[in-house]
Design a protein around this ligand. Structure first.
Ligand SMILES: Cc1cc2nc3c(=O)[nH]c(=O)nc-3n(C[C@H](O)[C@H](O)[C@H](O)COP(=O)(O)OP(=O)(O)OC[C@H]3O[C@@H](n4cnc5c(N)ncnc54)[C@H](O)[C@@H]3O)c2cc1C
Length: 261
């Protein structure tokens, strides 16, 4: 493999949700970085619409872009212990269901709200929703979220609308589900989705494929780090993505990380 940078400012292990965003933030700020990923770039052909080969069921045949599973029972190797994320560039953001929830303001002060729960480890966060709000907005615009704040009476406050309109309800929702939910006194609203309800950032609108959560999107309308922030990081010229690269050890000098093997 061609190694472009021998010494860099940062090595990021794992090109999933967190790693992809960190790589983009560092790279566009001018830091040289290497993004190590044990898997490969995702390819739709690796994840066809087969219910036995996907991220959502517990019966998963091994695929080259997925990590080897931890088997619970050696007699039943098709049963795995939990949902595990895809090992590929984008990782869980390639195969997730793509719901884009924000925390609520009260989530940051649960100890204050519920101080008297015996033996509880509830703690308040040292930051508030207002501190995070600009970063939620940045992520929603850079990665791409469809939603409609006006339909959710409980939504946390936001300064800007979602970058894309919400997905319209389908016929079953409109005619059966939503009226029934309203009759029960609840407040249905479209879930904010990391999928394109309209063409966005040069990629297509969602075709409403039935196999979405657990699968690679056939029309690239599901937004993950692999088709949003990681390409931006690469384009900056400061980020090199090395696929098929497993980090086995973080090399330390005292308390300082100085390398990765
Ligand atoms: C089926 C499913 C549906 C989901 N739906 C939603 C949803 O609707 N909304 C939502 O917000 N979240 C959802 N999630 C969760 C979301 O995908 C994860 O929370 C998120 O991907 C975690 O991000 P991460 O950066 O911690 O790890 P990951 O995204 O898992 O990334 C870790 C990466 O590191 C790589 N890696 C690990 N170890 C090494 C190593 N030693 N060397 C090199 N590379 C390494 C892995 O291959 C992987 O690519 C879903 C997850 C699944 C599985």
């Amino acid at each position: 493999m061609e190694i472009k940078h021998d010494k860099v400012d940062a090595v990021i292990v794992g090109a999933g949700a967190g790693g992809g965003i960190v790589a983009k933030q560092l790279a566009v700020a001018g830091f040289k970085c290497v993004l190590l990923e044990r898997g490969q770039w995702p390819d739709y052909d690796d994840s066809p619409n087969d219910e036995l080969i996907n991220q959502r069921t517990h019966a998963i045949r091994p695929l080259h872009f997925m990590d080897r599973r931890k088997f619970v029972d050696p007699e039943k190797p098709w049963i795995t212990d939990s949902f595990l994320n895809a090992a590929c560039v984008g990782s869980g953001t390639v195969t997730y269901g793509a719901m884009a929830w924000r925390f609520m303001p009260q989530d940051f002060k649960l100890h204050t709200l519920y101080p008297d729960i015996k033996d509880s480890a509830l703690a308040d966060w040292p930051i508030t929703y207002d501190d995070l709000e600009p970063f939620y907005e940045q992520a929603e615009y850079e990665i791409g979220v469809s939603g409609d704040q006006s339909q959710n009476p409980f939504a946390p406050p936001r300064k800007k609308d979602f970058p894309m309109p919400a997905f319209e309800y389908n016929k079953e929702d409109r005619e059966v589900l939503i009226p029934a939910i309203k009759r029960m006194g609840f407040h249905p609203y479209p879930i904010p989705m990391l999928r394109n309800s309209v063409r966005y950032n040069g990629r297509a609108a969602c075709l409403r494929n039935h196999t979405c959560c657990g699968y690679i999107c056939p029309c690239d309308a599901k937004n993950g780090t692999q088709n949003t922030v990681i390409p931006v990081a690469i384009k900056s010229g400061n980020c090199e993505v090395r696929t098929g690269s497993i980090a086995y050890e973080i090399v330390m000098e005292g308390r300082r990380a100085v390398g990765v093997r």
